[in-house]
Design a protein around this ligand. Structure first.
Ligand SMILES: [Zn+2]
Length: 445
């Protein structure tokens, strides 16, 4: 069954070179290779709109090779690479070009590094757009925080100036809302009460409803004021979703909203299984949004796109006793597509909706015409899925992400990505990576 238009139909797909050349019925057609997808679903290649590959900067956690192998394994044909590195971000045209070079040498799927809009300080935003930036990414982590200067903004004034400058580029600014004032005030109370600064006591509040939704209201003001296009990241709490739904109905802002599907979050647990030594790592901070509300927002169009927020750390970076010194986020890229197929089988969304939110909506918004669904002339990117397969994660399912900290060990999923095809080439089949580093190509915005 092939996704065509807004539907699935039984059909043949012909590929010449890197492009789709034919969709229809052609029994007996000759081809150098025929892939039999009978009984399977052929989706337009899934795009992970939010992933963290730690190169350049923190390659011991993840690099373009391991990160994009994990993506291919997860059914992903293209990735937006968000910068959150302690040691090196992307806030200049030179750093952007360096990230593109890293990807061109090492990636196995197509990729788009996302630079910081704080490049406005040096007047470099137009040069970044010229160099092919698809959009921008910033973290609204005001006050002191352990992230570097070119990734977080310092205060609301800087944020306002930044958005005003970015508005002129016509590109989306993606932003993780953070009300550090609320968070730090809360932490102060916890300290005064004598409670320990554990993850369970502190860190989960950093991604809670009050903290994120209140920040989103401030963001709404600045995006409206400046006319900047808003990519509203992590739209997963009730107050934040309600705000975006209201603003979209009002219709005078350009908003692209995403929800990030972390395995720990969607399954509401807070441990990782360390495949290196069989130990268990307690996280103690699983954000637990109201998933009924989230899926309703996906289904009514409030949320436009999905991402994994794949955020690999090494085991030593998690410290449940010390919230401020603990890794935030988990790896999950190897599971991304299959986790979403499991959600389809659980009735959370339809397969048609899945195609919209993992491919078409975002490709359109970012100006990636060649990645915009199964049409003649678009890139031959496909995610081939077995919707029937029920499987339990064990050592037969490899993890390509570098840290090997497994968020779904021992869990059962219904639905599995069996093959990933990028520009006509099979890059993953039956859990094996078949493309060499350097096959992936930079996607220009
Ligand atoms: Zn992220």
């Amino acid at each position: 069954m092939v996704h065509i238009g807004n539907d699935f139909e039984k059909a043949d797909v012909g590929v010449i070179g890197e492009k789709i050349a034919y969709i229809g019925h052609c029994p007996g057609a000759k081809a150098s290779r025929i892939i039999d997808a009978d009984g399977k679903y052929v989706l337009p290649g899934m795009i992970d709109f939010h992933t963290h590959i730690r190169e350049p900067g923190v390659e011991d956690k993840e690099d373009y090779t391991t990160g994009t192998m994990a993506a291919a394994h997860g059914g992903v044909t293209s990735v937006c690479v968000m910068p959150n590195n302690l040691t090196r971000g992307i806030a200049s045209p030179e750093d952007f070009q360096y990230a593109v070079d890293c990807g061109e040498r090492h990636a196995v799927v197509d990729f788009a590094p996302i630079p910081s809009p704080l490049a406005f300080h040096s007047g470099s935003l137009p040069r970044l757009v010229e160099a092919g930036a698809s959009c921008f990414k910033i973290m609204e982590m005001k006050n002191s925080a352990p992230l570097e200067e070119n990734f977080r903004c310092g205060d609301s004034y800087e944020l306002h100036q930044c958005l005003a400058a970015a508005a002129k580029t016509g590109k989306y600014v993606s932003i993780h809302p953070m009300n550090m004032d609320w968070y730090l005030g809360n932490v102060k109370r916890i300290k005064e009460s004598g409670e320990p600064q554990t993850l369970m006591n502190v860190l989960h509040q950093l991604y809670g409803d009050e903290e994120m939704s209140s920040a989103a209201w401030e963001l709404a003001y600045f995006f409206r004021k400046t006319g900047c296009k808003w990519w509203a990241l992590h739209c997963w709490h009730d107050g934040y979703i309600d705000l975006i739904r209201m603003l979209k109905r009002q219709g005078d802002m350009d908003i692209l909203a995403s929800v990030e599907i972390l395995p720990t979050s969607i399954r509401c647990f807070d441990t990782l299984y360390n495949r290196n030594n069989g130990s268990t790592i307690a996280l103690g901070h699983a954000a637990a949004p109201n998933w009924d509300h989230v899926w309703a927002a996906v289904n009514d169009g409030t949320v436009d796109i999905l991402g994994s927020d794949h955020s690999p750390h090494l085991a030593k970076h998690y410290n449940p006793e010390e919230a401020f010194a603990s890794g935030q986020g988990v790896e999950g890229e190897d599971y991304y597509g299959s986790l979403l197929l499991d959600a389809v089988n659980a009735g959370k969304l339809t397969l048609e909706k899945l195609v919209e939110v993992t491919s078409i909506n975002g490709a359109r918004a970012l100006g990636w015409a060649e990645k915009c669904g199964n049409h003649i002339g678009t890139d031959a990117d496909f995610t081939i899925c077995d919707m029937e397969k029920v499987w339990t994660v064990d050592e037969k399912f490899p993890i390509y992400s570098k840290p090997h900290l497994d968020p779904l060990w021992g869990q059962t999923l219904h639905g599995k990505v069996i093959s990933t095809i990028v520009r006509g080439r099979v890059v993953m089949e039956d859990d094996k990576i078949l493309a060499e580093p350097g096959y992936g190509r930079f996607i220009r915005g």
